[in-house]
Design a protein around this ligand. Structure first.
Ligand SMILES: [Zn+2]
Length: 195
């Protein structure tokens, strides 16, 4: 055992139950013997200071229980974490957030279906210019119709990566759906809590 290890043991508050090895070091090392004496006297001071049992203030238990009941009435919490945890830990475990994340995860998991759906929608849109073109032409918007049909046709024949980019336009819709799920989760929790 060296001085550093000895100091570490003292820092852990083990002045009164040091291993024999540490005591042997303290006998041989003057500096550590002084540290040990200081630590022991500090421990004695603390013990005498806090030895008298301090009674809880009158009505303390009642006040705590009232607060607990009020907290429970505000809603069911799946997991009650002490406030010592950072806010985002507790926020991430809110039922609404969990539901929203699960929704997002579901959409992400089935993203191939989403992309396929988006592509099918684009195929339908690509066919739309045909009749839109005729209609606009009849209404006298020829140049505009040409522009529209050209841009939509280029999208339909674009590379999968471009179509993927367009499908990513669906992302805001996903966010909206997640938000709605979150609101639904909050309302569910409110309903359960009010029961
Ligand atoms: Zn030492």
């Amino acid at each position: 055992m060296n001085c550093l290890e000895f100091e570490r043991l003292l820092d852990e508050g083990a002045a009164d139950r040091l291993p024999a090895e540490a005591l042997a070091h303290a006998r041989a090392c003057e500096a550590c013997a002084r540290s040990l004496a200081r630590a022991r006297s500090l421990e004695r001071e603390l013990e005498t200071h806090f030895s008298e049992a301090i009674a809880a203030p009158a009505g303390f238990a009642d006040r705590v229980m009232v607060r607990v009941e009020r907290g429970e009435a505000r809603g069911v919490r799946w997991l009650a974490l002490p406030s010592a945890f950072p806010w985002w830990t507790r926020a991430a475990l809110e039922p609404g957030v969990v539901l929203a994340l699960a929704t997002l995860a579901l959409f992400t998991w089935r993203s191939d279906r989403w992309l396929a759906g988006a592509r099918a929608a684009w195929d339908g849109l690509a066919a739309a210019p045909k009749w839109a073109h005729d209609g606009l032409l009849a209404a006298g918007f020829g140049p505009l119709a040409d522009l529209l049909s050209r841009s939509l046709a280029s999208v339909a024949s674009a590379s999968p990566s471009v179509q993927l980019g367009l499908a990513l336009g669906v992302a805001p819709l996903l966010l909206l759906a997640s938000w709605l799920a979150w609101r639904a989760g909050e309302r569910l929790v409110g309903a359960v809590g009010a029961r």
